[in-house]
Design a binder for this molecule. Structure first.
Ligand code: NAD
Length: 257
């Protein structure tokens, strides 16, 4: 238990697929801190797994939401609004690219694959913020998940790096748009973690090994460490922090070699 009390707060967490999902680690820690949560999952393929996981949370609601469809996002928030009345926290922990676009030469990325990666991994933060913000009547915190490939080359990460660059830029625009409503928007740039999404990236194992070998702290991060930073960003402790990209990567991002 950490000394942050989110009792009376409500949140929606997008991107739980299984127990390894970063979104799940964040959901667990927010719930333990007292927040009541809506868990938004992509489709019926993951529903049973998500239902089982969520049964361990305190009074959650589950909403199906495919972020490729704005109407679907809007409907999800109608369900959340009807259940909670207001919202304090939104976590966007979603990314997708075609497998073929997560390896080989970046120059070969096709138009359709580029569109898909940008649509799901970057654009989707806009409807998630746009339809969620009106429920944040007492201010709030929106968090997205990013990776240092937004800025540096990690061979294999390819178009997802392009999408993360767009996502980080969106975080700053959204922080500006929503700041007057006391809604803060930040991203966590996490080091490599074994999840469904990361495993399909070619050279992922190398990325993970090199992070552990070369980062200032000489180890990889844990999902719990990402979740603890999310907890900080959702709490009043970070009341002055917005438009920020916070690295949870044992310091790897400062290394030259
Ligand atoms: P994950 O596969 O568990 O989560 C990705 C989620 O995106 C899944 O729940 C999936 O259902 C969801 N998703 C994909 N397309 C969707 C759609 N159309 N509509 C709704 N949901 C959709 O993997 P993860 O590693 O937990 O990824 C979560 C976030 O963290 C992503 O943004 C990822 O880029 C980021 N991230 C991951 C790592 C890592 O090493 N695992 C590092 C840095 C950042």
């Amino acid at each position: 238990m950490y000394p942050i009390d989110l009792s009376g707060k409500t949140g929606v967490v997008f991107g739980v697929a299984n127990h390894r999902s970063i979104a799940w680690s964040i959901a667990e820690i927010l719930n333990r801190a007292g927040a009541r949560l809506a868990i938004a999952y992509q489709n019926e393929r993951v529903r049973d797994t998500v239902e089982k996981l969520a049964s361990g949370l305190n009074d959650p609601i589950l909403v199906e939401c495919d972020v490729s469809d704005d109407a679907n996002v809007q409907e999800a928030y109608e369900t959340v609004g009807a259940a909670f009345g207001k919202l304090d926290i939104i976590v966007h922990s979603i990314a997708f690219a075609q497998r073929d676009d997560l390896g080989g030469p970046f120059i070969e990325t096709g138009r359709e694959g580029f569109r898909t990666a940008m649509d799901i991994s970057a654009y989707s933060l806009l409807p998630v913020a746009r339809y969620g913000a009106p429920l944040m009547t007492e201010g709030g915190s929106i968090i997205a998940m990013t990776f240092q490939a937004s800025d540096r080359i990690f061979p294999g990460y390819n178009v997802m790096g392009t999408a993360k660059a767009a996502l980080e830029n969106e975080v700053k625009h959204l922080a500006y748009d929503l700041g007057p409503a006391n809604i803060r928007v930040n991203a966590i740039s996490a080091g490599p973690l074994d999840t469904l999404s990361s495993r399909v990236i070619s050279h992922y194992r190398d990325m993970k090994r090199v992070h552990a070998e070369r980062s200032p702290m000489k180890r990889n991060i844990t999902a719990e460490e990402v979740a603890k930073t999310a907890l900080f960003l959702c709490s009043d402790l970070s009341s002055g922090v917005s438009a920020e990209i916070i690295y949870v990567d044992t310091g790897y991002h400062v290394m030259g070699i």
